[in-house]
Design a protein around this ligand. Sequence first.
Ligand code: PLP
Length: 440
Amino acid sequence: MTLTEVLPSIAGSLHTKLEPDVWPRSACAGPDGLSIAGISVNELAARFGTPAYILDEDEVRRRCLDYRVALPDFEIAYAGKALMCRAVLRLMAEQGFSLDVCSAGEVAAARAAGFPAERILLHGNAKTSEDWKAALGYQVGRIVVDSLDEIQQLGSLARYPQRVLIRVTPGVDGHTHKAIATGVEDQKFGFSLRSGAAMAAVDAVLAQPGLRLAGLHCHIGSQVASVAGYELAARRMVEFIGRIRDRHGVVVGSLDLGGGHAVPYLPGEQEFDLTGYAQRVRVAVNYTASALGIPALKLTIEPGRALVANAGVTLYRVVTVKGPYVAVDGGMSDNMRVALYGARYLVRLAGRPSGAPIRTVSVVGRHCEAGDVLATDVPLPSDVRPGDVLAVPVTGAYHHSLASNYNQVCRPPIIGVRDGFARPLVRRETEEDLLARDVG
Ligand SMILES: *Cc1c(COP(=O)(O)O)cnc(C)c1O
């Protein structure tokens, strides 16, 4: 028997405390349930419907500030694919950040937000002619090239000297899920350092009169928890800059170390050691560079998840409770991460307090797949019933951007909250939106 089974009332009251690290700092558990930025989740659910992605705008700003303070000498490029909408892009522009995009659609969003073109980097392992057209049309500052075909294509398309970075695969394992480990050898991203492909790419870029080699890029993966992999990648990249200098007499002036800094999804998971990262990466770069006689490098990082994930909370309503299954009005269409990576989440009864004993349940979605699960083995009060509002934290990154219309379900809105006010940043999708594309 566990303590919570012996003393269910203790379990109930323990449950009213908010778990640290995973919720936005403005989240608060009060006598009427959870509030975020001073607004009750019941009010948010009533006004905007469920499911809804709630985004604490000041939490995003705070996280941006944490990065700016820890890395004052770095260029910070927000990886827009984590969460892309005009309000978030404008916020990033106001911070003085740069922006990663990787498609014509993301260029269009950046354009619509008025994001300065010179601060945009275009990524992608298979840029289409639409992507080239959009990026060159907006005159994005830098393009990260990822194949020899691309270097050829861009060399003939560029009508003015285009600054490019070469994406290098440094052969570093970030120890993350295989689907998001992008620094290891033998995968679709980048030019391998070890095989010599990276040097061949340098040769190819330098042979194109329309291209300027502005720097090197690497991105070892996403949800990377340890700093050691970044240190190793940084050292290898600087050594490579030394070899480029020896071979071509060209000194590459900037190094982009990508993103991927992990965030805690569950209570007790470690925050990424940003201060340690800043110190150790700086030392690794400066030490290696000075040993090789390379002048100080301009450093860039590209955080996505770390800036927005913990600012997001998804609200659902319980539709039905059947045995150990609590089914809600969303699911894999608004949270693909469980199905893609086996991601794990905390779920909280958010609309009201409950003193009922805790039981272990699975929170499942409404879609026609048995794998449509939001969280398995989560503790919830045993009186959870249809109509209850549940909240799932850490849904600010790779939730809206990975959302789908499976089962012709409309994608949820993004509701920005700040100082007691709420406003839709992205409205809920409607059935008219869905039908508008069906033209046959
Ligand atoms: C996805 C991606 C990022 C951001 O990754 P996060 O895990 O969200 O920080 C940065 N750079 C590149 C090239 C990416 O593909």
